[in-house]
Design a protein around this ligand. Structure first.
Ligand code: AKG
Length: 267
């Protein structure tokens, strides 16, 4: 495994902002990850999602929880520096893999990724969480991931919505705030230009979104999502995303290691 170390300043920035940009760390992984995308696109998994309807332009495809069958994804999780970097930035002693996720926006896709936090969709809660967003194509300010600095520390979680329809994700659950207008000029938004090999790493509570992909090139992004020491199973008021059917866990339990293996431990 490629050795990596992270400085105290980067740890402090990740803790303060809920996000950090890592440059050049995954250059050797872009070709295998692209190969993994082709394998998924040729044979999508049972949870794949199309976010663009038949009479809209473009294609916004997502799939997740394929890493056990897609070898380049499995190798990335076990052999790349991703888990070690995430562990150090979260301040964790151990890191479990939660899942991987691929997002493909074909050229000419108007559909944006709405502003959201990930954790309300998930069957987990905790403060030590980290998701990579690794573009496999160069991205500019027009089609990159956009992230609201410090939003992982907002006092309430934001109500999750369905990306395709904007309906509430869970019926009848009211313990959320509505998404504020994060583009009203009072929030600091990070929108980094990135090359293949660069990555954004963010806390599951950090608010993020992305524009469509109106340019002429594909925009593929690979995500691997990691859990630190304090993360536990959380009951939600309905089917989560990913759904993990048959997970058979109780609220507050540590996630089962046979499904979510430990992939890094501190020296
Ligand atoms: O790639 C995108 O458009 C959005 C990515 C995202 O929301 C995520 O990785 O959690």
């Amino acid at each position: 495994m490629q050795a990596v170390t992270i400085g105290n300043e980067q740890i402090a920035a990740f803790q303060r902002d809920g996000v950090i940009v890592l440059r050049g760390v995954f250059r050797d992984w872009i070709t295998p990850l692209r190969d993994g995308f082709e394998q998924v696109l040729a044979a999508p998994g049972p949870f794949s999602i199309e976010n663009v309807g038949n009479n809209e332009r473009g294609r916004f495809f997502e799939d997740y929880c394929n890493w056990q069958r897609i070898k380049p994804f499995s190798r990335f999780i076990h052999q790349s520096p991703a888990a070690a970097l995430a562990g150090q930035l979260m301040g964790a002693r151990q890191v479990q893999i939660f899942h991987e996720h691929i997002l493909v926006k074909e050229p000419g896709t108007a559909k944006a990724t709405p502003w959201h936090q990930d954790i309300p969709y998930y069957c987990v809660d905790g403060a030590q969480t980290a998701s990579y967003w690794i573009p496999l194509d160069p991205v500019t300010q027009d089609n990159t991931l956009r992230v609201v600095l410090g939003s992982h520390r907002w006092p309430k979680l934001v109500r999750p919505k369905r990306w395709a329809s904007n309906e509430n994700f869970f019926a009848g659950d009211d313990d959320y705030m509505e998404m504020p207008d994060v583009e009203d000029g009072s929030y600091t938004i990070l929108a980094p230009e990135l090359e293949p090999g660069d990555a954004v790493l963010f806390d599951f509570r950090t608010v993020h979104g992305a524009a469509g992909n109106q340019g002429g090139n594909r925009r593929r992004a690979f995500s691997a999502r990691f859990l630190g020491d304090d993360v536990c199973y959380a009951e939600r008021p309905g089917r989560t995303s990913p759904p993990f059917p048959g997970i058979n866990q109780r609220h507050g339990e540590r996630l089962r290691e046979d499904w979510f293996p430990v992939v890094w431990s501190a020296g």
